[in-house]
Design a protein around this ligand. Structure first.
Ligand code: NI
Length: 267
């Protein structure tokens, strides 16, 4: 699959579970903007059958290479970002994994159980990012148990492998000149911003500012009952130039830490 096919397929699946992303994109277009992706992010576990390097397979095959790595101490995550070798229009790819060994034996057992339940034929690295949840129907009690230790683990238990967020490249919007303007526009249109750590994460000094709307909630059929659970969210990024004039291309761990909270259930 080439880069365009890869992201078209991901966008289609992402907007099915995140209807607000398509609506927001259409709003920008209606104001005369062309919408480009800054990055697309994925979540996984550190198990070698599904870890970052496995999820990265289709991107590596499409011409991406590893560019940076990040550690999130409090959330116990490790992440890498990838960029396309030659196509500068291609979005960055950000993949994080939960460091399961730093959690309780119960959480580790639950995660192992999820991955053991994946049918072997579904463990194809090139297609894993499109597969969603590959294990048995989730139980609401297990979901809540995971939630007490890691919102990230609980989110993965329900949502499985998919794009966690797409990110609008705010530098390339025609009718907006800052993230503050974008945030005001979204709030005027009824969207709730993730306010954890302030609506704007990062600063001009850090050369990256990011904001996001809170994740959509979609009905999930648990073994006990149907509940509305957070799916995915849309993010917005504005990048500043480095001393050499090129826009900063990496990520800021402290900012991403707060962005992860866009899938929190408590509002
Ligand atoms: Ni992001």
């Amino acid at each position: 699959m080439n880069t365009k096919q890869l992201f078209d397929k991901l966008w289609k699946e992402y907007t099915e579970r995140t209807p607000s992303a398509q609506k927001i994109k259409d709003l920008f277009i209606s104001k005369g903007n062309a919408v480009f992706n800054d990055h697309v992010a994925f979540r996984t576990f550190d198990d070698e059958r599904v870890n970052i390097d496995v999820l990265a397979t289709p991107f590596i095959q499409a011409g991406y290479q590893e560019k940076g790595e990040y550690v999130f101490e409090a959330k116990k995550l490790y992440a890498k970002h990838f960029e396309h070798l030659t196509n500068k229009e291609a979005p960055r790819v950000f993949i994080s994994e939960l460091k399961t060994k730093e959690f309780s034996p119960e959480l580790q057992k639950e995660v192992k159980n999820m991955i053991d339940n994946i049918p072997t034929e579904a463990l194809s690295p090139a297609a894993l990012i499109f597969q969603g949840r590959l294990w048995q129907q989730p139980s609401y009690s297990t979901y809540n148990k995971l939630l007490t230790e890691s919102e990230y683990a609980a989110w993965l238990y329900v949502n499985g492998f998919c794009a966690n967020h797409f990110t609008v490249n705010v530098n390339k919007l025609n009718s907006f000149t800052s993230l503050t303007e974008v945030n005001s526009f979204l709030k005027e249109n009824g969207y709730q911003m993730n306010a954890s750590g302030g609506e704007i994460k990062g600063s001009p000094e850090q050369m990256l500012e990011q904001s996001s709307v809170m994740a959509d909630k979609i009905p999930v059929e648990f073994t006990e009952a149907t509940e509305h659970i957070t799916s995915c969210y849309y993010e917005f990024a504005y990048r500043y130039p480095k001393k050499n004039g090129n826009l900063f291309s990496g990520f800021i761990a402290g900012s991403a830490d707060k962005i992860f909270e866009s899938t929190n259930m408590l509002r």
